[in-house]
Write a protein that binds this ligand. Structure first.
Ligand SMILES: Cc1ncc(COP(=O)(O)O)c(C=O)c1O
Length: 347
């Protein structure tokens, strides 16, 4: 199949130079839709999918600022080294979905890395809820947040944590971002790049340094797919570069063990849904060959929710259409997002 690649360019109008090309493959197996071209226009607006990006309200170290004006020191540990942790959180209407679980995971990652947040979990939850309220009042919808805590600012460049001079930096980016994948299904490739094992960089730490996964995403883009499957050090499937990956086989939900992947909050919900539906749940090592021959495969995560996988490495999965079990999981998940979240109106 002939590959169609749109090539876009971002120009820095202050410098008048080409900064970076963006490659985007819009037509392949009808799957790719994650992002269309993003660009900075001549008047300084940011465009995504042909629309001007929303100037949402962000939280930056105690201040509420518009996205277009939000800045942080170039000496911040996050900018310098990716030395920080993050959580991707969604609000559905006036409810923040699984807020307790996200904040707990954030604090656990910070504890592991020795980053002092300087706020209680309850204080952090209140900041998140207040921020959602402000954005809703400003008219924004489909709120997705990236709550990020870094080790703070440095006295000078250098990785050593003794160079840190401020308490942690806390930034919450807010975007108007509906689920990012095509609900009709996506395509995956398997990358040569392994997901970290706990002996290198434990994937249970939800850290800001995502180069391992970004390189895998680059590989997916190069091959015209949406996402890349990353294997663990023994050659079993770990997860995709940004989501957990499970399959349905002979009526059972089958998931890779948690050894080399993020313990996704959505993944845990999938297990709960399967059990509630009376399905067998198998958590075990799974090879790519098993995924090729699954009845259904789907990815899951906060940012994209539940999405069927049509093809892996050019092979059709099942009927190559969204399967009935995946559709049922997506529907059960949708119902949970409407009822389970923490209300922003509760104190
Ligand atoms: C590598 C990776 N896997 C899986 C997920 C999904 O996790 P969750 O369901 O908690 O959003 C994420 C989300 O950030 C991720 O970065």
């Amino acid at each position: 199949m002939k590959k169609q690649i749109d090539i876009g360019f971002i120009f820095d109008y202050n410098m008048g130079i080409l900064v970076t090309p963006i490659y985007h493959n819009t037509k392949r197996w009808g799957g790719k839709t994650m992002y269309k071209l993003s660009q900075l226009t001549q008047d300084g607006s940011i465009m995504l999918n042909g629309e001007k990006i929303a100037d949402t309200i962000l939280y930056v170290n105690g201040d509420y600022v518009r996205k277009s004006e939000a800045v942080i020191s170039v000496y911040d540990s996050g900018f310098q080294h990716g030395d920080g942790v993050y959580e991707g959180i969604r609000a559905y209407g006036r409810r923040v979905y699984r807020l307790d679980e996200h904040v707990k995971r954030l604090y656990e990652s910070c504890y592991t890395l020795g980053i002092e947040i300087g706020k209680t979990q309850d204080e952090m939850k209140k900041i998140v809820k207040d921020l959602v309220k402000k954005n809703i009042e400003a008219g924004f919808t489909d709120i997705h947040m990236r709550l990020q805590v870094t080790r703070g600012f440095k006295a000078q460049t250098g990785m050593h944590p003794t160079l840190n001079i401020t308490p942690s930096s806390i930034v919450i980016c807010v975007d108007q971002k509906p689920p990012i994948f095509n609900k009709e299904g996506i395509t995956l490739i398997t990358t040569w790049l392994k997901r970290y094992s706990p002996s290198y960089m434990d994937p249970k730490i939800h850290c800001c340094n995502q180069l391992n996964q970004i390189m895998a995403a680059c590989e997916a883009i190069r091959q015209g797919a949406d996402e890349a499957i990353m294997l663990d050090q023994n050659g079993y499937v770990a997860e995709t570069n940004s989501t957990n990956l499970q399959m349905v086989k002979d009526g059972a939900l089958v998931l890779p063990t948690l050894d080399s992947q993020l313990p996704g909050i959505t993944r845990k919900t999938m297990i709960q849904i399967a059990r509630a539906l009376g399905m067998e749940v198998q958590e075990r090592n799974i090879s790519v060959a098993e995924y090729y021959n699954a009845d259904e495969v789907f990815i899951c995560g906060t940012v994209g929710e539940i999405v069927p996988v049509r093809m892996i490495d050019g092979k059709k999965i099942g009927a190559c259409t969204p399967g009935p079990v995946t559709a049922r999981f997506a529907e059960e998940y949708r119902k949970m997002t409407q009822t389970l979240g923490v209300s922003i109106d509760d104190e």
